[in-house]
Design a protein around this ligand. Structure first.
Ligand code: C5P
Length: 408
């Protein structure tokens, strides 16, 4: 539906499938209502056994339907109208069965029909037994849904109603309502795939030693957090670091440049924007030892000769096959910052380069602030003042919006 017909905080269609987590749905409805959203509920047949449509009807003030073919009450709106009415569809809880039906494009009941008919962004909150969650069939279905721009929140790990421990608990209503708010408040980022790399890579010398690059990962994590806040579907490929995963972000942890390259290639096809902020080690030991190299094994007083081989340039690799994606690179320079950044931009053929002056103590590594230049292929340079990394992330995403042709 066009936003012109929507109330200020939007129409949320809540689709409920049949899992024990449905007991949280009345609280979820209350929270969505409190955030000013107009909510309507639809249920699968199984869901009606876990939560009463009457309760949902009372809380929302609108019929909570489960039948595709209703008796045709006066004033009842059709499933297609419901699909069009929604500004966001939230599926909570999303059972393994419903995820499979969504992935397969089935439309055998009211909920699956509405999900197939809607053009609104969809957020699913999976909830199920941990083994069902980990099953390759479920994971593959989820992957297919993600590729189509469906967003996923949770599940969380913990004690499950079935008696098992592990991932499978539906995210709590506050997190889900928050995510819906972000999706409705986004500036053209809904359904946009954003791939971010962050942190340094660690290249093993032996079982305990490694060659690495200095990087806290803070800048990349801030970009991932801001993109998720705007409603994008974010994959964060992170080198070793102890930062918390921002809400709504899918994180893939890697150690080495080769692992980072593989993870980037895996998510690159389905992304629209790639921001490579990781400090990738340019070289790795040619033949890492699986065992710890003992000092006693070396001749007395002798050093250890390490042969280093170059790592692939991940950024240059994806730039070369980016199609209409926006690709952003980073550069950490200690002198001649702008000239070096312009050369790097040309060499890596990206759409924008964010240059850091690492000689400053208030910018670059491990600080919470950053002062950067945004360098464009045409040679234009925009200098940003000293800002928090969160603000730098917001300014960078504003710039990417313009590059994508999204007018704010
Ligand atoms: O060449 P340099 O390391 O200075 O380039 C920095 C930019 O290139 C960053 O965006 C970094 O993430 C990316 N890069 C990469 N793969 C490498 C080296 C750098 O993606 N092997």
């Amino acid at each position: 539906m066009t936003s012109a017909a929507s109330p200020p905080n939007g129409h949320v269609l809540l689709a409920v499938s049949g899992g024990i987590a449905a007991y949280k749905v009345p609280e979820l409805v209350r929270q969505l209502g409190r955030a000013g959203h107009e909510v309507r509920c639809i249920l699968t047949e199984a869901a009606t056994r876990f939560v009463s449509p009457m309760v949902l009807q009372t809380l929302t003030g609108a019929p909570a339907r489960s039948e595709l073919f209703d008796a045709g009450e006066e004033g009842e709106i059709s499933h297609i109208e419901l699909a069009d009415w929604a500004d966001v569809v939230l599926v909570a809880p999303a059972t393994a069965d419903l995820l499979a039906r969504m992935a397969g494009g089935l439309a055998g009941d009211l909920v699956s029909t509405v999900l197939l008919a809607t053009r609104a962004p969809v957020l699913v909150a999976p909830a199920m037994n941990v083994n069902m969650w980990r099953h390759p069939a479920t994971q593959r279905n989820l992957e297919r849904l993600r590729e189509r721009g469906v967003q996923v929140e949770g599940p969380e790990a913990g004690e499950l109603a079935c008696g098992w421990e592990g991932e499978g608990r539906m995210s709590d209503p506050t997190a889900l309502a928050g995510r819906v708010g972000l999706m409705l408040g986004g500036h053209g980022w809904r359904g946009v795939g954003v791939l971010v790399t962050a942190g340094g890579t660690r290249e093993p010398i032996d079982a305990v030693r490694a060659v690495t690059n200095r990087s806290s990962g803070k800048m990349g994590f801030a970009i991932a957090a801001e993109a998720a806040r705007r409603g994008a579907e974010v994959v964060l490929v992170a080198g070793p670091c102890s930062l918390e995963t921002p809400p709504g972000v899918r994180r893939v942890d890697v150690e080495t440049a080769l692992e980072m390259e593989a993870a980037v290639h895996e998510s690159f096809e389905s992304c629209h924007v790639a921001v490579m902020s990781a400090a990738v080690a340019d070289f790795r030991p040619a033949t890492p030892s699986e065992r710890k190299i003992k000092k006693e094994d070396l001749a007395p007083g002798a050093g250890l000769r390490l042969e280093l081989v170059p790592n692939p340039d991940i950024l240059a690799g994806i730039s070369a096959r980016r199609g209409d994606r926006v690709v952003v690179g980073f550069a950490a320079e200690s002198h001649d910052v702008i000239e070096a950044a312009k050369r790097k931009l040309a060499r890596k053929a990206c759409d924008l380069l964010v240059a850091n002056d690492i000689s400053r103590s208030d910018a670059g590594f491990d600080t919470d602030t950053n002062a950067v230049f945004l360098v464009s292929p045409g040679g234009q340079v925009e200098e940003l003042p000293l800002l928090s990394k969160a603000e730098v992330a917001a300014r960078l995403l504003d710039r990417i919006e313009k590059l994508r042709g999204v007018v704010r």
